[in-house]
Design a protein. Structure first.
Length: 585
C-alpha cells in the first residue's frame, strides 16, 4: 500500500515492506500550501514508489520539511513551490548541511516530476549538483602498490588454505560411515557433516531426544573438537567469504554492492572460460561485464567450495552466491551454531579480517579492507588501450566524465604519478626532437667532419676515434649513422639502442650521409605499403611523423644520388629488418 496524506490533523501514513506502519503528524500552521506540496513529494519517495522504507526515514524527511518551511518563512516566502526562486533556494541551500539540502532537493524534484510546478530555472537548480557534499563523498585514494599486493596475497593465501582444507575434509569423509551405527570417530563425524549438514553435539542431541550432557557423553570428550574442525573445513566462514570477495573485486573491479548482492542467476556461462556477470549498481541500474580470466577462476573455485554448503542451506538462500555459516567456536565443541548468512559480512568482521591478515601499506601502516577503495585501485591500474579511437578515449564507457574525473582519473598512487611524469617528460622530449632539423651531410662534409662542424663535435663530445667510426660506417644503423648507440635515448643508458629502424629518423643522434640514401628509399617504400593496408588514422598515429621526416631528409639529397640509389630498391619487406608482425604482406 502506498503512503498517503490524511487530514484533520495533517499527517502521513506509510506502510513498509516489513509489514509495519507509521503515522507522522505534520505541522502546517506556518505555510500549509508548501507543507502539503512537500508531503506530496515525500509520498513518491517512500515505499513502494521510492526507496524510503522505514519510520526513521520518514521522520528525517518530516524534520527537513519543518526546517525548509521555517527557513523560507523567515526569508519572506509564504507561498507554494511555484513561487520559489532560484536565488532564494541557492542562498538557503548554500548555508544548509548536506542532509537538509539533499532531502529538500529530493522532495521538490519528486513533486515537480508529478506536477511540473517549479519554474524552469528553479527546476534546473533542483536537479543540479549539491552545494554541500557529504563528508564521506570525497573519492578514496587507491591502495599503494605495497598494500595492493599485500591484500591480494593475503586473500589468495586464505583462499588456497581453505580449499586445501576442504579437499582434505572431503577425503576424510569418504573414509567415514554413519556415526550412530559405527561410532563417533573423526572420519565418521566428517561423514555426518557431508551428508546431513553442519551440527553441534547439542543440536544432534535434540534430534534424538537426548540432553546435551547425554549426547556429549555418547560422543566422548576427546571427539568434541572434530565438530569444530569439520565445520570450519567443509563450510565457508565469513573469513573465507571476505577473502574470495576481495580477490573477485581485485580481478573484476565490479562495484562492491554488485558483488555483495550477486546471485547464481546473475552468472551467464558462455562455454568453460567466459562468464557474463549481470549485477545491480546501486547508483544506477543493472549492468553487465564479461569477467577476466582470473576472476572466472576465482568464481569457479568458490562455486566448487560452496556447493556443499548450498546443498544444506535453506531453499530460499540457495540462489545467493556468497553464502556462509555463522558460528562461534569454543574449545569444548559446543559452539553456538548461528544462521546461514549471505552477501557482505559485517563491518566489524571485515576489520578483524584486515587486522588478522597483517597487511601494511608502503609506510608500514595497517591496511583495512575498503571495498570501494578496491574498486578505485582496480580502475587506476586498468589498461585503457581498448578505448583508443573512441571520441571519449580517456573516459571509461561505463562512467560519466564527471565520475571518471572525480573518482578514478585523479586517483593515482605515488608510483603511478612518477610514471606519468616520466611519460610527460618523454613526450616533451619527442616534441623537441621533432622540431630539430635533420643532420644530412654530403661526401665532402663527411670527409671533413671535424673542420666543417666544430660546434657539433664539441656539443656531442666526439673524439677522433668517434669521428673515424662515423666516417667509416662503423656506427651505421639502418637509415643513418648513430653518434652514440648507447646514449639511452630510446632505452637503458649504456645498452645498445632497441629502437625500430624508422625511429632513427626523429633521433637527434642520427647523421644521414650519401651511403644511407638507398635504405632511406627502402624505408619510404615501406611507409607507402603500410599506408595502403592501414586505416589513415592508424597510419598517422604510428608512422605519420616518421613519414614526414623522411621527406625532409630526402629533399636535402642530390637528385642524382637518389636516382642511382633507387635502382637498388626492390620494394619488398626483405630489404628491411622487420619483426613478423610488422610485415606488409
Amino acid at each position: 500500500m502506498p503512503a498517503e496524506i490524511l487530514e484533520n490533523p495533517l499527517r502521513l501514513f506509510c506502510t513498509f515492506t516489513s509489514g509495519t506502519t507509521s503515522t507522522l503528524i505534520v505541522d502546517d500552521s506556518v505555510n500549509p500550501v508548501l507543507v502539503r506540496e512537500l508531503l506530496t513529494g515525500l509520498v513518491y519517495l517512500m515505499h513502494p514508489h521510492g526507496q524510503g522504507d522505514s519510520h526513521r526515514t520518514a521522520e528525517k524527511y518530516k524534520g527537513t520539511i519543518d526546517w525548509f518551511v521555517g527557513e523560507l518563512e523567515m526569508r519572506g516566502h509564504r507561498g507554494g513551490a511555484a513561487g520559489l526562486t532560484r536565488a532564494g533556494l541557492a542562498a538557503l541551500w548554500w548555508e544548509a548541511g548536506n542532509r537538509r539540502e539533499s532531502e529538500s532537493r529530493r522532495m521538490l524534484a519528486a513533486l515537480d516530476a508529478e506536477t511540473s510546478v517549479l519554474a524552469p530555472d528553479v527546476r534546473e537548480l533542483v536537479r543540479g549538483r549539491l552545494y554541500n557534499r557529504h563528508p564521506n563523498s570525497e573519492p578514496l585514494p587507491p591502495y599503494d602498490e605495497v598494500a595492493w599486493a599485500g591484500l591480494t596475497r593475503a586473500a589468495r593465501t586464505i583462499a588456497k588454505e581453505s580449499w586445501a582444507a576442504y579437499r582434505a575434509a572431503r577425503a576424510t569423509a569418504e573414509a567415514g560411515q554413519d556415526p550412530y551405527m559405527h561410532g563417533w570417530t573423526r572420519e565418521n563425524i566428517f561423514w555426518l557433516m557431508v551428508h546431513h549438514g553442519p551440527a553441534t553435539p547439542r543440536s544432534l542431541g535434540e534430534r534424538v531426544g537426548l540432553s546435551y550432557n547425554q549426547m556429549r557423553y555418547r560422543i566422548g570428550d576427546g571427539n568434541q573438537r572434530f565438530f569444530v574442525e569439520a565445520r570450519e573445513a567443509l563450510f565457508p566462514s565469513a573469513r573465507v567469504v571476505i577473502a574470495y570477495q576481495v580477490l573477485f573485486g581485485v580481478y573484476s573491479g565490479i562495484v562492491p554492492d554488485g558483488i555483495a548482492d550477486l546471485g547464481i542467476d546473475g552468472l551467464d556461462w558462455a562455454g568453460d572460460a567466459a562468464v557474463l556477470v549481470r549485477y545491480i549498481k546501486g547508483r544506477t541500474s543493472e549492468e553487465s561485464i564479461t569477467l577476466p580470466s582470473k576472476a572466472v577462476r576465482v568464481l569457479e573455485r568458490w562455486l566448487d567450495y560452496a556447493d556443499l554448503a548450498r546443498s544444506h542451506c535453506p531453499p530460499q538462500l540457495r540462489n545467493r552466491l556468497w553464502l556462509w555459516l555463522a558460528y562461534t567456536s569454543r574449545r569444548s565443541g559446543d559452539e553456538g551454531l548461528g544462521p546461514w548468512r549471505y552477501g557482505r559480512p559485517y563491518k566489524s568482521t571485515i576489520v578483524d579480517w584486515s587486522h588478522d591478515a597483517g597487511v601494511v601499506d608502503a609506510n608500514g601502516a595497517p591496511v583495512v579492507v575498503h571495498r570501494h577503495r578496491i574498486r578505485t585501485t582496480f580502475e587506476s591500474h586498468r589498461d585503457r588501450s581498448s578505448w583508443i579511437g573512441s571520441r571519449r578515449s580517456t573516459i571509461d564507457p561505463n562512467h560519466t566524465p564527471a565520475v571518471e574525473g572525480d573518482h578514478y582519473l585523479s586517483a593515482m598512487t605515488e608510483a603511478q604519478k612518477s610514471a606519468l611524469e616520466d611519460i610527460v617528460e618523454q613526450a616533451q622530449g619527442d616534441l623537441l626532437r621533432r622540431g630539430q632539423p635533420p643532420m644530412v651531410l654530403s661526401d665532402e662534409q663527411v670527409a671533413d667532419l671535424a673542420r666543417q662542424f666544430p660546434q657539433l663535435v664539441s656539443e656531442l663530445e666526439l673524439d677522433d676515434r668517434a669521428i673515424a667510426e662515423l666516417v667509416g660506417g662503423q656506427r651505421d644503423v639502418f637509415v643513418a649513422s648513430c653518434i652514440d648507440p648507447t646514449a639511452g635515448v630510446h632505452g637503458p643508458k649504456g645498452k645498445p639502442c632497441p629502437a625500430r629502424p624508422w625511429v632513427c629518423l626523429l633521433c637527434p643522434l642520427a647523421l644521414f650521409t650519401p651511403r644511407h640514401a638507398a635504405n632511406l628509399l627502402r624505408m619510404k617504400a615501406f611507409f607507402a605499403r603500410q599506408w595502403q593496408q592501414m586505416p589513415a588514422a592508424q597510419f598517422m598515429a604510428v608512422f605519420g611523423h616518421y613519414a614526414q621526416r623522411i621527406e625532409e631528409v630526402l629533399v636535402k639529397y642530390d637528385p642524382t644520388q637518389l636516382a642511382t640509389a633507387a635502382a637498388h630498391v626492390t620494394d619488398t619487406d626483405a630489404e628491411i629488418p622487420l619483426l613478423p608482425e610488422e610485415s606488409t604482406l
